[in-house]
Design a protein around this ligand. Structure first.
Ligand SMILES: C[S@@+](CC[C@H](N)C(=O)[O-])C[C@H]1O[C@@H](n2cnc3c(N)ncnc32)[C@H](O)[C@@H]1O
Length: 240
């Protein structure tokens, strides 16, 4: 993006063309919205003042996140949430796409050409974004909406999320140690902490415990797991 600071906003303030949100919406929440905005993108908005990453996300989410390496945290959070649509650059080789789009998204829409984003005063940028964009759907409902999307030309590509919902079959009576062992063993490779959260987020044990992420970190420390790098864990034992 040819971003610049001006009365129209900082370089992070590139707003989605409203016809795109109108066609895909309505959304319940935009967790990364400008403080001063020319139109709503959802029923509720979090801004930088709230820090949307620190808030609880509920309902169907619209997420055109801050750019560059900041995008990863927002897209991993949306993958964990499991319900919503994101607008990001089609940088398919990045740590945002691997694994948070390729392995967890339900569908992608590759947009033809390039978008011209809007300033916070509502005017449209004279310059295009400088890179191609994609819409990424998480969850079947959002994938259906994306398949029916007509506000912009492009190509809809369904993906099969590879790991979500595996855990629905795991009995909730398991201990955290058994559950985590089961998940890590199925994974068959080292997993990043954020990935482990995604795998567990919809398990009944996690849904019952507001501090489940801290519990996961505690169990990882106690084994049978091995820490390979900061935030990177593998299963290191046989759990019966
Ligand atoms: C690319 S713009 C997209 C705005 C809007 N979501 C849309 O689709 O038009 C990203 C927005 O994220 C906001 N933002 C940056 N950091 C944030 C944070 N920690 N919490 C909430 N919003 C944030 C910026 O102020 C900016 O408005």
């Amino acid at each position: 993006m040819g971003g610049h600071q001006s009365a129209r906003g900082s370089k992070d303030e590139w707003l989605t063309p409203p016809e795109i949100v109108a066609d895909l919406g309505p959304f319940d929440l935009d967790p990364c919205a400008p403080i001063s905005r020319p139109w709503p993108t959802a029923d509720r908005h979090f801004t930088i003042k709230d820090n949307g990453l620190m808030q609880r996300w509920t309902g169907r989410v619209w997420c055109n996140p801050p750019y560059g390496n900041k995008a990863k945290r927002w897209i991993s959070r949306l993958a964990e949430h499991g319900r919503g649509t994101a607008l990001i650059f089609a940088r398919t080789e990045t740590e945002t796409f691997h694994p948070w789009v390729w392995e967890y998204a339900t569908a992608i829409f590759f947009m033809e050409g390039r978008l011209n984003f809007h300033h916070v005063d509502g005017t449209q940028s004279e310059h295009n974004a400088g890179a191609p964009s994609v819409l990424v759907a998480y969850g079947d409902g959002d994938a259906d909406r994306l398949q029916a999307f007509t506000a912009w030309p492009g190509r809809y590509v369904p993906l099969r999320p590879q790991r979500r919902f595996i855990l629905v079959a795991v009995p909730p009576a398991m201990t955290w140690r058994q559950l985590l062992s089961n998940v890590m063993e199925r994974q068959g490779r080292a997993a990043r902490l954020e990935e482990i959260y995604v795998l567990l987020a919809q398990h009944p044990k996690a849904m019952k415990n507001p501090n489940w992420q801290a519990k996961v970190r505690q169990i990882l420390q106690r084994g049978p797991f091995r820490r390979l790098d900061r935030g990177l864990w593998e299963f290191a034992g046989v759990e019966q």
